[in-house]
Structures are given as C-alpha cells and as structure tokens.
Design a protein around this ligand. Structure first.
Ligand code: FEO
Length: 168
C-alpha cells in the first residue's frame, strides 16, 4: 500500500469518526428539544458513519496498511433550529464527498486500482447521502417553521423506509 493512500485512508477514518460524533451530538440536541423523529434519523446516521469508519479501518488493515485510531474532536452542541442543523449536515456531507474524491484522485495518481475500485461504494454512498439531506431541506422549506410536528413525523418515516429498503 502506497504511503499517500494509507495517509488518505487514515484521514478518512478520522473524518467518518467525527461525522458519527457530530450526528450523535445533533441527535442528542434534537431529542432534548422534543424532536423524536429527527433524533432517530440522526442516531441512525451516527451509527451508519461509525460503520463507514469501520469499513475504512478493516480495508486498510486487510491491505497491510497501518491504521491510526484518531482522537475525536468535540462537535458543536447547539443549533439555532432544525433547518440550520440540516444545512450543517449538508455542508458536512459535501465536505466528505470532496474527501472521498481526493482518495479517488490519489488512487489514479498512484495507480492503486484496487483501492479505486473499492472506494466506488463510497462515491455512490455520497450521492445518496447528499440527496437524502437535500430532500429533508426541501421538506423543511415547504412546511415552514410552524410545522415541526409534521416534519418530525415525516423524517422518521423517511429513515424507516431507507432502513427497510437496505434490508430488502
Ligand atoms: Fe460516511 Fe455521511 O459519509
């Protein structure tokens, strides 16, 4: 495994772990503000990010690379409202997409076609994740600030449908 690829994957491990931590903090905030559907969506997303982190760890270990388990930076604890929160989720996912694209770029430079092939899963995953969050922001714009009850009920249904289709 080339050093630059190993470093990029370790950076991705750090970023997936932080993503998990960020969504966990958001889930706690949503739960403490009575938004149980929103918090369930975010708790599930935090778990999914942890799974992503494990996938990168196991891939790097399996290829004989050196995994560095990172310290986790403390995420923010408060958001103005749900719309601000999901705008932050979208911004963060766009940052993760750029980070995955950087791995793709390095793989082509280093001619590591095995990693290039493996990381395609995450290229597709980012399209799905960004679209899911954009859909949520569209809903929030449609419903307006006074319809948090409807939004909260809907977002839980969205997450449940996604989990069911992944299990099918
Ligand atoms: Fe693991 Fe949401 O990117």
């Amino acid at each position: 495994m080339k050093k630059r690829i190993e470093e990029a994957i370790n950076l991705q491990i750090d970023r997936e772990m932080y993503s998990s931590h960020l969504y966990l903090s958001m889930a706690v905030w949503a739960e403490s503000n009575g938004l149980s559907g929103t918090s369930k969506w975010l708790y599930a997303q935090a778990l999914e990010e942890r799974t992503h982190m494990l996938q990168f760890i196991q891939y790097l270990n399996g290829r004989g690379g050196k995994v560095i388990v990172p310290a986790i930076m403390q995420p923010p604890q408060m958001w103005e409202n749900v719309k601000e929160l999901f705008s932050e989720v979208l911004k963060h996912e766009q940052f993760i997409t750029d980070s995955i694209n950087e791995i793709v770029f390095l793989c082509t430079e280093e001619k590591d076609f095995t990693t290039l092939n493996w990381v395609q899963f995450f290229v597709n995953e980012q399209i799905e994740e960004e679209n899911a969050v954009k859909e949520i922001l569209d809903k929030l714009n449609l419903l307006g600030d006074n319809n948090m009850y409807l939004f909260d009920r809907d977002i839980f249904a969205l997450r449940t449908a996604k989990t069911a289709s992944e299990k099918a």
